[in-house]
Unconditional design. Structure first.
Length: 142
């Protein structure tokens, strides 16, 4: 059986995101702009690649609402912990988010889940996943 997660370069981190969520898409585009060290790759949870990776990792997508950070070697992070790990790769205002680590994970995840549950109502939803421009294409898995 073909193992898709083994094809992700070891020097990259993969962000799986909700491809139809406006908040998620805007966040991904912001991360792309800030990713000066070229650390991150992206794929939508709804894409064939996203679904295959989720399946290979054995993740129940019904329990995770909108973001997974996969680090080659088998580690993955979800919800607020994924946000903290992503933000930790950047300087400046991104570091401010780390202050919330003083709170227990369950509390951070409570607020993460509150936003995730309401993201379509508060920020809108696309009819289909974002298609990256040619310039951004190398950052996205098919």
């Amino acid at each position: 059986m073909y193992n898709l997660i083994n094809t992700i370069p070891k020097n990259k981190k993969l962000i799986l995101f909700d491809g139809v969520c406006n908040l998620c898409n805007d966040s991904v585009l912001h991360i792309v702009r800030e990713d000066k060290k070229d650390i991150f790759l992206f794929t939508a949870l709804q894409s064939k690649t996203g679904k295959n990776i989720i399946n290979e990792l054995g993740i129940n997508i019904n329990k995770i609402d909108s973001i997974i950070l996969y680090i080659p070697g088998g580690n993955y992070f979800i919800k607020s912990e994924a946000v903290f790990k992503i933000a930790n790769e950047f300087k400046g205002a991104w570091k401010i988010i780390q202050i919330f680590r003083i709170f227990p994970v369950f509390l951070n995840d409570f607020f993460y889940d509150l936003i995730a549950r309401n993201r379509y109502r508060w920020f809108g939803k696309k009819e289909k996943c974002m298609i990256p421009t040619k310039k951004l294409n190398s950052k996205f898995l098919p």
